[in-house]
Design a protein. Structure first.
Length: 120
């Protein structure tokens, strides 16, 4: 969608290019947080970025820069994303990934390049 935005639409294009990667980046950051409050905050920020993308699309369609079909397709994806992020951001909702393969990493945070968690 952004490749078709040129000239006077550059500001909207730039804003869309900043807001759209913020969605998955904040989801990833939230999954790395230790507390539920920090986790939810990241999902709320990602939801805000998705809503921002939708409002940019509204502006582009209103200015007749974006075709209605393109807007509808983008909005369908954004609506689903906002719904998911709204649910994930709720207080009583918890979905966590098992640490699984991550258990072997040195997470003692003392920066001495050894793993104090080793069982010797």
């Amino acid at each position: 969608m952004t490749t078709s935005l040129k000239g006077s639409d550059r500001a909207a294009r730039d804003q869309l290019l900043r807001a759209s990667p913020s969605i998955p980046l904040n989801i990833a950051e939230g999954n790395g947080k230790g507390t539920n409050a920090a986790w939810r905050r990241c999902f709320e920020i990602a939801r805000g970025s998705a809503v921002e993308c939708a409002s940019i699309q509204d502006c582009l369609e209103a200015c007749e820069v974006l075709a209605a079909a393109q807007d509808a397709q983008g909005k369908a994806t954004l609506t689903r994303s906002v719904s998911m992020l709204t649910k994930l951001g709720q207080r009583n909702h918890a979905v966590r990934e098992n640490s699984g393969a991550y258990d072997s990493f040195d997470n003692d945070n003392d920066n001495d390049n050894d793993n104090d968690n080793d069982k010797e």
